[in-house]
Structures are given as C-alpha cells and as structure tokens.
Design a protein around this ligand. Structure first.
Ligand code: ATP
Ligand code: MG
Length: 218
C-alpha cells in the first residue's frame, strides 16, 4: 500500500530523518512511537505528501508520488489520504457538518452528495445530534470525531493520524481508538498513527519504533 525507501530529511544542519525504509500493508493499523523530536511528525508529513524528502521515494500502490506535479499531487492527496491532526483543526465558523463536507467540495463532489455522505459518516460516529454545532459548541472528544469524519469523507484508502487522542481523556481516547478498528472492519482502511499512548500502540497490528531519525529494529 505505502512504501518508503531511503527517506532522509534535514532542517538546516539538523538531520531529522536518517534513511527510513518502511512498508505499510493494505488494511494494516500501524502505530509509530518514539521520544519527542525523533522525527515522527516529519515522517508522517512526508508519507502524506505534505512535505518532500531530501532523498528517497514515497510510493502509494506502486505510484511514486515525487514524480507528480503540485496540482496533480494535491488532487491525489485529497482523494487517497485522510489526515487527523493532534489538535482537530476544524474551521471555527463552520458547523460540524460543513467541516466534514469541505474535503468533498474540494474533490468536486456535488453539495447534495457531500451533504448525504457527511450525514452518513456523522451518524456512524454517533454525532447526528451535533451536526449543526460549531466546534466551540462541541466537547474535545466530539471535535476529534468530527475531525475523523472529515478525514473519511472522500473514502481515502489511508488515514494518517498524528497523536489523534493526545488531547483527550481516557474515556474519549478509548472510544476514538475503538473507532479506528471499527472503520478498518467496515471499510478496510489502512491506518498509520503516531502516538505516545501505550494502550493504543499495544493493540495496533504493528508498532514502529523511531529513535533519533531512524527506525529501531526490535
Ligand atoms: N519545519 C521545521 N523547521 C526546523 N526544524 C524542524 C521543523 N520541523 C521539525 N523540526 C525539528 O525536527 C525534529 C523532529 O521533529 P518532529 O516534529 O518530526 O518530531 P516528533 O517525533 O514528531 O516529536 P513530538 O513527539 O514532540 O511531536 C525536531 O528536533 C524539530 O525541532
Ligand atoms: Mg510530532
């Protein structure tokens, strides 16, 4: 599904990624763990084509993304990859429903269909009653579920999540983690999740350990 080969990345004189080889299989739920500053977010951004490596290749289902032009790449990203960030990054002036619909609009889906899809996902997340609320009228757990719904609207094959449960309490954390497994069960999605949460990394199919810009062999 995703194949990274020989990925390196520096910011100025600081080499943050020192040659990463990693393969993620379709339908796999993989956690990435490691100390602060190890390069986890940088790796996820490169995997998600939001940032470019200095060297190495990123491949999705055999397509090398570095060969794509920016316009082609953003269309590819919008269609194939869903992102969930540590802080939900919902747009404050828009309702939960509208926030979920936005990536579908960008993909050129009609507003009728975007509306239907968004309502269906929100229902699956148990958020039907909250659809017309703005982010500041939602709890932390609800906001994070809306952010997951937004990541799902274009039915991406892959969801990349950077500490998605970092700002949640234990109960909401467990619910969100369960949601990832439910989604995989139902839609066969692939998940790569950066986390500091041992309870999550313990239940994922595989844990990738990053230390100082490298993957630690266990
Ligand atoms: N845009 C940038 N410019 C300069 N340095 C950066 C940039 N992004 C990240 N870094 C540096 O790269 C290193 C790795 O950062 P990264 O965000 O990938 O770490 P992380 O493993 O996600 O850490 P955390 O667990 O704290 O989120 C850090 O030392 C960070 O300061
Ligand atoms: Mg990080």
């Amino acid at each position: 599904m995703i194949r990274l080969e020989g990925i390196t990345k520096s910011f100025g004189s600081l080499q943050v990624l020192k040659g990463i080889d990693l393969e993620i299989n379709k339908g796999e739920i993989v956690s990435i763990v490691g100390p602060s500053g190890a390069g986890k977010t940088t790796l996820l951004q490169i995997m998600g084509t939001l940032d470019e490596p200095d060297a190495g290749t990123v491949e999705f289902d055999g397509t090398v993304v570095s060969w794509m032009k920016e316009k082609e790449l953003s269309a590819f990203r919008n269609k194939n990859i869903g992102f969930v960030f540590q802080f939900h990054q919902l747009l404050p002036e828009f309702t939960a429903l509208e926030n979920v619909m936005i990536p579908a609009f960008i993909a050129g889906v009609s507003s009728k269909e975007a509306n239907e899809r968004a309502l269906e996902i929100l229902e699956f997340m148990g958020l039907t009653e909250r659809a017309s609320h703005k982010p500041n009228e939602l709890s932390g757990g609800e906001k994070q579920r809306v952010a997951v719904a937004r990541a799902l609207i274009n039915h991406p094959a892959v969801i990349l999540a950077d500490e998605p449960s970092g700002s949640l309490d234990t109960h909401n954390k467990e619910e969100l983690h369960q949601l990832f497994f439910d989604l995989r069960e139902r839609l066969g999605q692939t998940f790569v999740i950066v986390t500091h949460d041992d309870n999550l990394s313990k239940i994922t199919d595989r844990t990738v350990n990053m230390v100082d810009g490298m993957i630690k062999k266990v």
